[in-house]
Ligand binder design. Structure first.
Ligand SMILES: [Ca+2]
Length: 260
């Protein structure tokens, strides 16, 4: 639409000579992300046995309207109309910006490995491109890295970008925490640790925890390198869930410990 609009309803005009069912289940989205699949879904999908004119309630703001079939099939639209509204909900931000927020780490190898390289907005995993962190050789305690978000945030997910030129396995078993204790090791653990047998290039960890600090800690001594850390906010439901999640996580960990 070339600028942000508050879209009340989207009207789809379906093919009438045949094949009307191909539009069944289609997802209409409105938002400003050019990766349209990331934009918010309207209030309903195209129903079964759609007619020739389908109205979908949206009340969403954004620059783009997209229509997507949730399966491989022909997508035909004879016309798309949008009615404007004044009652749009503000879309939730898709990321908690960590760029430029204060960071720290247990030790720093050299000038190329500063802790703020994990929040410089660059996910490049080649260490010598200078956008990754790197702790020094030290046998004092487990290595850690932390960012101060400067206010309480509900963190739905933490995304870790691992080093790719070598040494990806150093991140195995890493523990991600979110909380407001400046002794980061006291904050609640996210729902799982980085896989203990293989660490991927990009690792998503579900958290659904609130707090001012995100920290990443290795469970034993090794070099800790992070090429970027991103945080995705909780969705509304996650926020309500976070207390229960804390308890469930604790139970899960207790059970895992019993099994070991
Ligand atoms: Ca970086």
């Amino acid at each position: 639409m070339q600028k942000d609009e508050c879209v009340g309803k989207v009207v789809l005009y379906n093919r009438a000579d045949c094949c009307a069912n191909r539009l069944e289940g289609a997802i209409v989205r409105v938002g400003s992300n050019t990766e349209y699949g990331q934009n918010a879904e309207c209030q309903s999908r195209v129903p079964a046995s759609p007619g020739s004119r389908i109205e979908i309630e949206c009340n969403l703001s954004g620059q783009y309207i997209s229509v997507e079939l949730p399966r491989p099939d022909f997508l035909t639209l004879c016309e798309v109309e949008a009615t404007m509204s004044t009652s749009c909900k503000k879309p939730a931000p898709s990321e908690i910006s960590l760029i430029g927020k204060p960071t720290s780490q247990s030790s720093t190898l050299d000038a190329m490995s500063n802790s703020d390289h994990a929040v410089d907005g660059n996910t490049n995993g080649y260490y010598f491109r200078g956008s990754c962190t790197h702790t020094a050789r030290s046998n004092v305690g487990n290595p850690w890295w932390a960012v101060d978000m400067q206010k309480d945030e509900c963190v739905g997910k933490v995304v870790l970008y691992n080093r790719v030129d070598c040494c990806a396995d150093r991140l195995r078993g890493a523990i991600v925490r979110v909380g407001s204790n400046t002794e980061y090791g006291q904050n609640a653990e996210c729902q799982r640790r980085v896989n203990a047998s293989k660490a991927a290039k990009r690792i998503e960890i579900e958290c659904n925890l609130s707090g001012q600090y995100i920290s990443v800690e290795l469970p034993k001594w090794n070099f800790l390198t992070l090429c970027e850390v991103k945080a995705i906010p909780c969705s509304g439901n996650d926020k309500r869930m976070s207390e229960e999640t804390l308890l469930l996580n604790w139970l899960k960990r207790e059970l895992e410990t019993d099994n070991e």
